[in-house]
Ligand binder design. Structure first.
Ligand SMILES: O=C(O)CCC(=O)C(=O)O
Ligand SMILES: [Fe+2]
Length: 214
């Protein structure tokens, strides 16, 4: 009875359909204004409050039990989000993500059961060298999701672009994506190598995370 009700309720979502289409065709999707300017501001303020309280720590490589701080590989500072304790800002974030996850599970049988997200701050001069997200020894990571929280004054000359390496007819192609506010990039965690170019000016703010299978 419940299943029947769910089917009746289903409404096709053109934005989500275009994300799915992109992922199928080229393994990544870029969605500008996934979050509105107001939402980005709420999220950035949430991030900044915690950053200023010194709640962030230097990121590490490896998994949680085998952490290695390696400045030559990545220089960002992170804070893991706990959905159970989400405040106003984090709820804004999770509401939309959960909505998308429900849609993916319903329409593509993706089997996303878990997620993990962290805030990230890349101070001036920092970067994250080319890597695959499964390098973190977590084969359950299915989709990587990055959401940019910079303000509208972010300029291309600030650097900090996400470069994704894609295959185009057997040739590798580098796609540069600037961290403009409200932009969300989703890509196949097991498939696409990527890097964060050096931030030349200012601090770069984001939320990064993974949608995971069991
Ligand atoms: O911030 C980005 O654009 C990507 C970050 C990233 O690749 C990671 O944290 O694994
Ligand atoms: Fe990554």
């Amino acid at each position: 009875m419940k299943e029947l009700f769910d089917q009746v309720e289903f409404v096709e979502n053109p934005l989500y359909e275009s994300i799915i289409e992109d992922l199928l065709q080229r393994k990544y999707s870029v969605i500008d204004n996934f979050y509105s300017a107001e939402e980005v501001e709420v999220l950035r303020n949430g991030l900044l409050a915690k950053y200023e309280e010194d709640q962030f720590k230097k990121s590490a490589i490896g998994n949680k039990t085998n952490e290695l701080v390696e400045k030559e590989i990545r220089g960002d500072f992170i804070l893991w989000l706990n959905e159970a304790e989400a405040g106003t800002a984090e709820n804004v974030f999770f509401n939309r993500v959960n909505n998308l996850v429900d849609y993916l599970n319903k329409t593509c049988f993706m089997g996303i059961l878990h997620k993990e997200f962290h805030y990230a701050v890349y101070p001036e001069g920092t970067f994250y060298k080319r890597h695959l997200d499964t390098f973190q020894n977590d084969g359950r990571r299915k989709l990587s999701v990055v959401c940019y929280l910079n303000d509208e004054t972010w300029l291309e000359e600030n650097g900090g672009e996400l470069t994704i390496y894609v295959d185009e007819n057997g040739e590798e192609k580098a796609v540069d994506l600037y961290p403009f506010p409200g932009r969300v990039v989703i890509f196949e965690s097991q498939e696409l190598e990527h890097e964060v170019q050096r931030v030349k000016h200012s601090k770069r703010f984001s939320i990064t995370g993974w949608l995971k299978t069991r």
